[in-house]
Design a protein around this ligand. Structure first.
Ligand code: HEM
Length: 642
């Protein structure tokens, strides 16, 4: 097997080298090359780009070579832009040249296949799909996204309260369930969507698959290419899922039991009496892909700023206090709703600052040039890959003084260049550089805006998020400042923190919000539920987690297992004491989830005071929350559940 691989690689290298040599361009008169690091023949500077946080390296080079510079990787020209002004001048003002997308070696038909609108070249298919995407997004935004982000936020907060250590899971569930509802009117496909979508992220990320760095590997035939095999299997599953989702929505439109979604907006246009409306938005197959891409984008991205918010609050407790003060006063103690947005400029500023501080797409999604161009005397060849380096753009000190600091006030105080009035409207995310430039700007901003406003506002209302305290030293346990995953969409690496409910009333309210979201879901499922059993078998999972009750049972089972293990340890060490110490110094309570099903009177009284700590059937769900509740209630000494 080694010989064919070596041969293929050598032939590919030779072909690429000849091709590059033949296509070398002379500079147009009066123009010059862009500055940039000196290239080593053929490989360019690929060895200098770290796998982790490559955006920081590209940003460092911008300090040396300027806000626009060039780098070559295996003969391909990459242009890096770290200035919003330059990105705007090229990608927006010269959009007729700069709106193409480069080929992704590990997904070679990305520019033509029509499966993923965001990756399409500047073709008629892209224009048609973008129009449809815009229409679907606009229709749902006008209906306030059908309250789906609120319903899912209400579910999310309670899960966070119960089990904050599992925060990444709850956040990813929130984003995927919300966007699955928006796309197909049901949260059921969320888990499989996450699975296939993460696979796609690996397929297309520069660091996710080797052919994206060593492009000649794309010529390795499918039968022996591990990357092609993996991608084909993933794509096949995704295709089946999207077809099943559209079919479910189609039945819902016909039986009148389906919920609103992007795809139902499209399907309704297809059964319209108006012939023009029927044909205007193209074929069902294409709409399936457009909606699928919207679901993919929503699943992948929004978790990043939600996690970055938690990280920011651990490092900037003062910002959290200011945000809580605004919410408490403006909402009179209630959890913020989307309708409150005009009176919550600080919350909108925090949302925007989180995205600026830790850009979710730090290297941007690259554009490509369709023609040669000259910018300020610099030559940019046709076919160059153009990166608006979002990390660099957000660190431009002229626009963002003290750029490394998390400073929501930069959006609210007239002394900063980013201030804008009226504060009932600004800051907001519309037109923000972090969503791209020109004709390729992100089309999901209404979802991002509402999802982040509700989750971040909800968390600030409900919890004090803070670093953990080491019980033996009484000191804060340090957490990272900027350790992020290295795929195209960057998320903070897991860190430990405390999310302490601010008051016991909030726990009861979270429980009530959760219950009401669950009831609506249950009613919907009782009347019309999507069957995913075929997929469950394929994925080897017992039940997909779209089902809230199943998820709760899982947590409860985990808690019981944890307790069983603790019990075994206690027995092993010969201890006769039934309780254990919580992480908060001085607090101790007895946790007996396995006994909690019994209806003891004492338990009843605790339950009545803090109903959130028990599950649907009255049993304790997770030890962690017990600790938080104990802390909130300032229960002295041992606290018995049963
Ligand atoms: C925090 C969340 C998000 C961020 C930071 C983000 C950022 C971006 C960026 C940087 C681009 C590339 C723009 C360019 O090429 O100039 C993009 C494209 C796109 N985004 Fe988002 N996005 C987010 C969420 C979403 C969501 C929820 C949707 C759902 C509809 C979405 C849909 C799209 C689409 C369809 C494109 C492709 C536009 C095109 O190529 O014509 N995005 N996004």
């Amino acid at each position: 097997m080694a010989l064919p691989y070596t041969l293929i690689i050598l032939v590919s290298i030779a072909l690429v080298a000849v091709n590059r040599y033949l296509s070398r361009k002379r500079l147009p008169p009066g123009s010059k090359h862009l500055p940039g690091p000196r290239n080593i023949p053929f490989i360019g500077r690929v060895h200098d780009v770290p796998e982790k946080a490559s955006w920081v390296k590209f940003y460092e080079w911008s300090k040396v070579y300027g806000p626009i510079y060039k780098q070559e990787i295996f003969g391909k020209v990459h242009v890096w832009i770290s200035s919003e002004k330059i990105a705007h001048e090229l990608l927006a003002k010269k959009a007729s040249i700069y709106s193409d997308r480069p080929q992704i070696p590990n997904l070679p038909d990305n520019r033509t296949s029509g499966d993923y609108l965001a990756l399409l070249g500047s073709t008629e298919t892209w224009k048609r799909q973008r129009k449809l995407c815009n229409h679907l997004m606009h229709s749902s935004a006008l209906a306030s996204l059908h309250q789906y982000p609120t319903r899912e936020r209400n579910r999310f907060l309670y899960l966070m309260a119960k089990d904050p250590e599992n925060y990444i899971e709850w956040i990813e569930q929130f984003t995927s369930r919300t966007v699955a509802r928006l796309s197909w009117g049901t949260a059921k496909p969320a888990q499989i969507l996450r699975h296939t979508t993460f696979g796609l992220l690996q397929t297309i990320s520069p660091t996710g698959a080797l052919p994206n760095i060593l492009a000649f590997l794309r010529h390795v035939p499918g039968v022996i290419s591990p990357w092609k095999k993996k991608e084909n299997a993933r794509h096949e599953l995704e295709d089946r899922l999207f077809k099943a989702n559209v079919e479910f929505a189609r039945q819902g439109v016909h039986n009148g039991k389906g919920e609103e979604s992007f795809i139902t907006t499209f399907l309704r246009s297809q059964i319209s009496d108006d012939e023009r409306e029927r044909t205007k938005w193209g074929e069902k197959e294409e709409a399936m892909h457009v909606v699928g891409l919207m679901a993919i984008a929503g699943t992948l991205t929004i978790g990043s700023p939600i996690q970055s918010y938690i990280l920011a609050m651990c490092h900037y407790p003062e910002a959290q206090k200011a945000l809580q003060k605004e919410i408490d006063e403006a909402c009179e103690g209630k959890c913020p709703q989307w309708e409150d947005r005009e009176k919550l400029p600080m919350l909108r500023a925090v949302v925007k600052e989180v995205i600026r501080w830790r850009p979710p797409v730090p290297t941007g999604i690259p554009h490509a040039t369709e023609k040669d161009d000259v910018y300020n005397g610099y030559f940019i060849p046709k076919g160059a890959t153009i990166h608006a380096l979002e990390w660099g753009i957000t660190r431009d000190e002229e626009v963002y003084p003290n750029a490394e600091e998390f400073m929501p006030t930069r959006w609210l105080d007239p002394q900063y260049p980013t201030y804008r009035e009226p504060l009932t409207q600004y800051p907001n995310l519309s037109g923000f550089s972090q969503f791209g430039f020109g004709r390729r700007t992100c089309q999901g901003v209404p979802i991002v805006e509402q999802d982040l406003f509700l989750t971040i506002g909800g968390m600030a209302w409900a919890f004090n998020i803070q670093k953990k305290i080491n019980p033996s030293t009484g000191k804060e346990i340090p957490i990272h400042w900027n350790d992020y995953t290295s795929l195209l969409i960057a998320k903070p690496l897991r860190f430990a923190f405390d999310a302490i409910p601010r008051h016991e009333d909030k726990i009861a309210e979270m429980r009530a919000m959760f219950d009401s979201a669950r009831e609506v879901e249950q009613d919907q499922n009782d009347s019309f539920e999507m069957d995913l059993s075929a997929f469950e078998k394929d994925l080897g999972v017992e039940k997909v987690y779209g089902d809230t009750a199943v998820e709760l049972n899982r947590i409860k089972e985990d808690a019981r297992e944890e307790e069983r293990q603790k019990q075994r340890k206690r027995e092993d060490s010969g201890s006769e004491r039934g309780g254990y110490s919580s992480s908060e110094p001085g607090l101790e309570f007895r946790d007996s989830s396995s006994e909690a099903d019994t209806e003891s009177t004492e338990e009843g009284s605790v339950e009545a005071a803090v109903p959130a700590i028990v599950d649907l059937d009255g049993s304790l769900i997770k030890n962690g929350l017990g600790r938080r509740v104990a802390a909130v209630l300032e229960v002295p000494g041992a606290w018995k559940w049963a």
